[in-house]
Design a protein around this ligand. Structure first.
Ligand code: PRP
Ligand code: HPA
Length: 190
């Protein structure tokens, strides 16, 4: 199950971003190249294991975009992207983004009160990005069917679980300066 994803993660190179060991992988970075077979494997898995009874798929710039595209093409469900750029449209919501290595702002457009959405992202680490996003969506009375993330690292999933936010991951990993190792049978859906 998810053999292409797991095999490719084991080969991911590591670079330091400050003190943070950052793994580089096609699904989380778009480099060196995204194999369509990998995208196919991941999107099939998500469609099988998530509640797809939704109006919309919501994902986050940048690396949520190929995931949302693949799921949308297979299901016919439209998708919106939470952007790093402000549009100043009516109803736009600004949230803070804080990861292990960066800080910035994200802007939510394209979801309405009462919508039911599937939230998809490429990786969870500290959980900071998803925590702010989920809070903003709940305040807007948007229903989240599932939160699905391809790669879990760090304690973000546990942190959010402690706040009542359930995140499903496809694969959980440990990252050190020496490389990536797969944590078997720890993810929600492994
Ligand atoms: O759990 P956290 O610590 O919040 O980290 C997870 C976030 O980090 C990445 O965002 P980034 O803006 O670096 O991603 P991009 O490469 O997709 O633009 C990733 O896409 C997540 O949104
Ligand atoms: O180590 C990482 N690699 C790629 N994307 C990420 N987003 C948070 N951490 C990482």
């Amino acid at each position: 199950m998810l053999e292409i994803l797991k095999k490719s993660l084991k080969k991911a190179p590591i670079v330091k971003r400050g003190k943070y060991p950052y793994f580089i992988h096609p699904i989380t970075d778009g480099v060196p190249a995204i194999d369509p077979k990998l995208l196919d494997e991941i999107s099939d898995y998500i469609i099988e294991y998530c509640d797809m009874n939704v109006d919309r798929i919501l994902s986050i710039e940048a690396m949520g975009i190929p995931l949302a595209t693949a799921i949308s093409l297979k299901t016919g469900i439209p998708f919106s992207i939470v952007r790093k750029r402000q549009y100043q449209l009516p109803g736009e919501i600004k949230i803070s983004q804080s990861t292990g290595y960066s800080k910035g702002e994200l802007y939510i457009n394209g979801v309405e009160k009462g919508n039911r959405i599937l939230l998809v992202d490429d990786v969870i680490s500290t959980g900071g990005t998803l925590r702010f996003l989920v809070k903003a969506l709940e305040e807007k009375s948007v229903t989240i069917s599932d939160i699905i993330v391809i790669v879990g690292r760090g304690d973000g999933v546990q942190q959010l679980a402690g706040q009542g936010i359930k995140v499903k991951t496809l694969v959980d990993i440990n990252v050190s300066e020496d490389g990536v190792s797969i944590l078997e049978d720890t993810g929600e859906t492994n």
